[in-house]
Write a protein that binds this ligand. Sequence first.
Ligand code: PLP
Length: 378
Amino acid sequence: MTRQISDSVPAYIREIRLALPPTGAAPDGTIAPELTQLGANENPHGPSPLAVEAARQALAISNRYAEDNGPQLRRELARRHNLPIDQIILGAGATELIYLAARLLLRPGDAGVTSHGSFPLYYIAIRSTGARLIETPLRDYRFDLDAIAQTLSAETKLVFLANPNNPTGTMFAADEFDAFLARVPDHALIVLDEAYCDYVERPDYSRAIDIVKLRGNLLVLRTFSKVYGLAGLRIGYGLGPAAMLNELNKIRGPFNTSGVAQAAALAALDDREHVRHSIDTNNAGLAQIAGGLKELGIRFVPSVANFILAEFGYDTDPLSEELAKRGVIVRPMRALGFPQAIRVSVGTRAENDKFLTVLADVQAPFARRKTKTQTTKR
Ligand SMILES: *Cc1c(COP(=O)(O)O)cnc(C)c1O
């Protein structure tokens, strides 16, 4: 057989399987406007109007390259986080920085660590470098920092932690993280992904930015995709040691974030009302969905983020398909390590209602089948 160029791709890349989320898109790619999209943890209220206006103005001069690495946005972020500007890097979403960190530090023979039951891009980023992926189990749906610390060795160059974790919506406290950090050797970079930090209002939550000022091996990731409602514009940022960001800057593409995205992000930071409204309605939505699930007798993991992991006790692929047929998109969790769960994002009050109503409608036959199989087994 003739060799194809894909045969020249390293086996460790060919072996990666992508699990793309259901979008509810028609075969021609169009998405019906009446679809209830609760599959991707997006902000259901849209972007800030200030961000939209700023993006519109930036769009008018998009024949020009924006200034590389968005100094204006980084200056504002530096001011807000009280860090020097060279400790901030922009990415086309936090995900670009996840991939870049892996590419910078990992080679075959190295090890990258994270938890099973977390964000799939960590696994892909590690495996795409040829490094060994080490996954510890979650404990009570939470990152088990003690188990992760026990895996650390001379080969470990990178650790991915999500706080809050996606898809479980759980968090670890600042004190737990401090105790963990004390056990991490200086040659291993901790990538602490705080994509959902804005939703967390617990007093014992992260003080990671303060630690960035002290430690040479912590990279904190933030994004404009969630509470700021700019997922489609692809912009996020990292806060870390200047020397390491200097190396990252060599391997990222020039102009990796657009001027439109930078302008929108800058304006979004100023719209405190939009952020406040998003957080308040999210809190109400979490309670609404939790209450509805309880009424239906469905177990779920209490969440501090903008989504809830619900456990059904049976394979949820068919259930998710049935929900999608009725216009409600949620995320079946097989690919993320929970074959009997779905993750539902918090939407508007009406969207949450729609989800709960349709779920009540469609779940009964699946649940009955489960009871039957259990009886036959006995
Ligand atoms: C949504 C999400 C991100 C953000 O990704 P972007 O590339 O910024 O859109 C990062 N990490 C986790 C765990 C997420 O769920």
